[in-house]
Write a protein that binds this ligand. Structure first.
Ligand code: ATP
Ligand code: LTN
Length: 332
């Protein structure tokens, strides 16, 4: 690959992607492809840290792959693959887990949240999840990691692990930086705008899925929780409206002042309808491309097989060096 900076990111195949996933992360992935060497991964190994039905996980993984292609990730330009196809991730994860402290992992807010939500299955994988994420990133010596703000803490941990390993065994890993969008780093639930929009929300009106049709999108926005004022402006305490403004800004490119003047004198009903239409129009081409990619199973298979080969070759060089550095005996 050419001598450009390296980008790595991943997404879990835990369901259809939400507008939050799209605005906070995936949308940027496509636009970075020209300027960087991009490596993107469907992280199905992370997904099994919470209970998954095997047949559903298989389908969700392939759908996630096709959906990333529909969102503009081109397997000719980027390395696009499925995590479980590339063994170096699990191998490096073990090495890095021995350079990660129990105390560090105990402080991770995602672990605390997910343990609270799944009290009957607080498994070791859920606890060491961030180590596997660090392995994903460090195995490619990635410079930048485009994610939503909720992943910042995991990224800080990946940086600490890289630095600790380098100090202990000698320079090897690039210390990665988070790449977080200025607007839309955290899209909130449409029903409880103090909580992030999440695929796993039980209330279907809380999140927009990127494959929702136009009527569904508009209906969900019409029901979005706002406030009792009638003023469309970005201000502390107006969580619902702030969220709608963020979404509208992300899909139209307009800034908050422009949005406020566009809707001055208009009511929340008009604004919600405009946001719904703008989002639906923005997502329509993705739905069409998804239908096309997901029906061509052979092409999909060719893409993920080649992606995995490239990812393995790339990461193997770095992981072999890590094996040598810790003192593992060479095989040949
Ligand atoms: P789950 O609900 O299953 O935990 P999730 O919706 O949080 O999943 P992930 O696969 O964990 O999705 O995240 C994929 C990417 O989307 C990450 O970079 C994450 O930061 C980003 N992301 C997730 N939710 C949001 C959101 N509401 N706003 C902005 N970015 C988000
Ligand atoms: N933890 C991330 C998904 C993820 C990831 C990664 C993101 C797994 N490995 C490597 C960036 C880089 C999440 O839940 N969003």
């Amino acid at each position: 690959m050419e001598d450009k900076k390296v980008i790595f990111s991943g997404i879990q195949p835990t369901g259809t992607f939400t507008l939050g996933n799209y605005i906070g992360a995936i949308r940027n992935w496509g636009s970075l492809q020209e300027e960087y060497n991009c490596i993107y991964c469907v992280v199905n190994m992370h997904a099994i840290t919470v209970k998954q039905e095997p047949s559903k996980l298989r389908k969700n993984t392939l759908d996630a792959y096709a959906l990333l292609m529909a969102c503009g990730i081109d397997p000719e330009k980027s390395i696009l693959f499925i995590q479980s196809h590339v063994k170096t991730h699990a191998e490096l994860s073990w090495l890095l887990s021995c350079s990660t402290q129990f105390g560090e992992l105990s402080r991770m807010t995602q672990f605390k949240d997910k343990s609270r939500r799944h009290p009957d299955d607080i498994n070791a994988g859920l606890f060491t999840y961030p180590v596997l994420m660090a392995a994903d990133i460090l195995a490619y010596n990635a410079d930048l990691v485009p994610v939503g703000i909720d992943q910042k803490q995991h990224l800080e941990l990946a940086r600490n692990i890289a630095q600790r390993f380098n100090q202990r065994y000698g320079e090897l890993f690039t210390v990665p930086e988070a790449y977080i969008p200025e607007v839309g780093a955290k899209v909130m639930s449409l029903q409880e705008p103090s909580k992030k929009m999440s695929k796993s929300d039980e209330n279907p009106n809380a999140c927009i899925l990127i494959l929702d049709d136009k009527d569904t999108i508009i209906r969900k926005f019409k029901r979005a929780v706002t406030d009792s004022e009638a003023e469309i402006c970005y201000r502390e305490g107006k969580d619902g409206i702030n969220n709608l403004m963020t979404i509208y800004s992300s899909v139209t490119g307009k800034n908050f002042d422009e949005i406020t003047s566009e809707f001055s004198g208009k009511g929340y009903g008009d604004f919600k309808l405009a946001v719904g239409e703008a989002v639906a129009d923005h997502l329509a081409p993705i739905r069409e491309k998804f239908a096309q990619f997901s029906s061509d199973k052979e092409y999909l298979k060719k893409c993920y097989t080649e992606g995995a080969e490239k990812a393995l070759a790339y990461s193997q060089r770095i992981v072999s060096k890590a094996y040598r550095k810790v003192g593992f005996v060479d095989k040949k």
